[in-house]
Design a binder for this molecule. Structure first.
Ligand SMILES: CC(C)(COP(=O)(O)OP(=O)(O)OC[C@H]1O[C@@H](n2cnc3c(N)ncnc32)[C@H](O)[C@@H]1OP(=O)(O)O)[C@@H](O)C(=O)NCCC(=O)NCCS
Length: 143
């Protein structure tokens, strides 16, 4: 939650609340990946630099949310998280991984360079703080 609170611009209303995260992690197939500054697993009370929330289903997995602290961006932590997620999905015998993003999210360049391709669009799926609507784009990557 410490990363969640600083990683997401409230304007886009993408961040989840503690309750939403807790509810989702209470489901048996939802999990989180947390890494420190160096991309390592959290240990010895280290602070998280980034996280992924993901959900597993038979044959596929979905990246629900990814965030990296603003002062730790541009160092490859986001890419490392995505590759760790892909490795876990592959180990669970998933054939495809998915994610969904608001249409104007600059993270698109990261997703595309990690091998994700757009496969669908949901019209006016997101509503910003000032009441504007934005499409959601679904991306998939074959493993
Ligand atoms: C998206 C996000 C997780 C990327 O984290 P990061 O640690 O900065 O990512 P990386 O350092 O691994 O970047 C990998 C590449 O993607 C590009 N990239 C990543 N985020 C970018 C952004 N916001 N704008 C433009 N390019 C971006 C980088 O330039 C880099 O390219 P390179 O490898 O060719 O140099 C981070 O920007 C973030 O937390 N954003 C806010 C939350 C959000 O929008 N999450 C996605 C929706 S759930």
């Amino acid at each position: 939650m410490a990363v969640m609170e600083v990683a997401f611009d409230p304007h886009w209303r993408e961040a989840w609340t503690r309750q939403q995260v807790a509810n989702s992690l209470a489901m048996p197939h939802t999990y989180a990946i947390l890494v420190d500054d160096a991309g390592g697993d959290l240990s010895d009370g280290k602070e998280a630099a980034g996280f992924i929330l993901a959900r597993r289903a038979p044959g596929e997995e979905e990246l629900l949310l990814i965030g990296v602290r603003p002062d730790r961006r541009g160092r490859g932590i986001g890419r490392l998280l995505i590759e760790r997620f892909a490795d876990l999905a592959r180990a669970a015998e998933a054939e495809r991984i998915f994610l969904e993003m608001r249409a104007n999210n600059p993270a698109e360049s990261l997703y595309r360079s990690c091998g994700f391709e757009p496969i669908g669009r949901r019209k006016d799926y997101y509503r910003t703080l000032d009441g504007c609507f934005l499409d959601a784009i679904t991306f998939a990557r074959k493993l």
